[in-house]
Design a protein around this ligand. Structure first.
Ligand SMILES: [Zn+2]
Ligand SMILES: [Zn+2]
Length: 365
């Protein structure tokens, strides 16, 4: 098997890159890799060259990290391939099967959209792979899944959190996506046995050769530490938007259903049920009695994971008198609670009699 690093950055061309391109060669070579793809941050991402430069100067500066690495690779008989990482709204795409000449010939890509990127790259025989699709960082406000604009995803990115890979793999299974693994290396000191890579039985000849394999769905083996996906629970922290024949919001429940279908552990959301009561006669003793009746469910109504009861002290115009808050495992447990004999025969009976009105609210926590 031939092993390749698919996603990495150089100090010359990525603002967040630290290690000069040529310093990577010896390290990856000694670790048994057969080649690396340099994928520096491009024009809309964390790119190093000034965007105000004339296009040819920008492209020359952008390609420097790759060229330095390639020159050293040639000296050491080690393959170095060209790639790009482009950014839109925090969603980033790895592009393979293009080169410097192609960049120089397309200054219009300074303003490209995701769709234009996809079409232009494809017209050249290249491919687009969405990098770390479920990345959750402070600069990202929404997860954008570019299903319409990519040929596959980086399902495992060992430079990011394992739980993000967990969901990405479920997403890939759901939509039958081509997948790769990368490390997102920015610094040589971070290269370790935990780095993700891909492997093929036949060596990759060029960035165009790899793009062809992607378009032909010639799926490589994904290499990453065996314990990376152990003991994880899928949860969705950010709103999700998917570009799939248009654009739509994806409910968290839908993302979790992809994870369940992939037989992955999913964080089950518990339900909080709150009721505020206004009593017919809110004397102190009546409020306390009502509170005691509500509290008496503790230990008797077994589906209650938590119960809190409170009596209002402010007595403002909008105040209610007594509040009940309970937590149950899920929506089914809430229904079971509503029908529990003690709840129905004792508590509800008493509260219906004592209350003037009530309001309630149920939500997932
Ligand atoms: Zn970076
Ligand atoms: Zn990256």
């Amino acid at each position: 098997m031939y092993r390749y690093e698919m996603h990495m950055h150089t100090g010359e061309s990525s603002k967040c890159g630290v290690t000069p391109g040529k310093e990577y060669i010896e390290i990856f070579k000694s670790r048994g890799y057969d080649g690396i793809f340099i994928t520096d941050h491009f024009y809309h991402g964390n790119t190093r060259p000034e965007r105000s430069l004339p296009w040819d100067e920008y492209v020359n500066a952008y390609c420097r990290g790759y060229e330095e690495a390639k020159a050293e690779g040639d000296k050491q008989n080690f393959k170095v391939f060209f790639g790009i990482e482009e950014n839109f709204e925090g969603d980033e795409y790895l592009i393979y099967g293009v080169d410097k000449e192609w960049l120089l010939a397309h200054p219009e890509i300074r303003n490209w959209t995701r769709e234009e990127m996809y079409n232009l790259v494809h017209a050249h025989g290249g491919c687009v792979i969405q990098a770390h699709p479920f990345r959750d960082r402070n600069y990202i406000t929404k997860i954008h899944l570019g299903l319409d604009y990519c040929d596959g995803i980086e399902a495992v990115n060992t430079g990011n959190k394992p739980v993000e890979d967990y969901i990405a793999l479920a997403y890939a299974k759901k939509f039958g996506l081509f997948t790769i693994t990368g490390s997102d290396t920015h610094h040589k000191s971070r290269i370790s046995d935990s780095n993700g890579a891909i492997a093929y039985e036949k060596p990759i000849e060029s960035t165009y050769d790899f793009a062809k394999r992607v378009l032909a769905k010639d799926q490589p083996a994904l290499l990453f530490p065996a314990d990376r996906l152990e003991n994880l629970t899928a949860k969705v922290m950010l709103p999700v938007v998917i570009f799939e024949n248009g654009q739509r919001e994806v409910e968290e429940a839908e993302v979790l259903s992809w994870c369940r279908e992939a037989r992955y552990e999913v964080e089950e959301k518990r339900v909080k049920h709150i009721v505020c009561f206004k009593l017919k006669n809110p004397s102190e003793v009546n409020c306390r009695t009502a509170a005691d009746v509500l509290r008496s469910m503790k230990g008797k109504v077994e589906m209650l994971e938590d119960i809190q009861v409170g009596v209002d002290f402010l007595h403002s115009g909008r105040s209610y008198d007594v509040v009940l808050e309970v937590v149950v495992k899920d929506k089914a447990a809430l229904e079971a609670y509503q029908n529990h004999p003690y709840h129905v025969d004792v508590v509800k009976k008493f509260m219906h009699e004592a209350r003037e009105s009530s309001v309630s609210m149920d939500y997932y926590i």
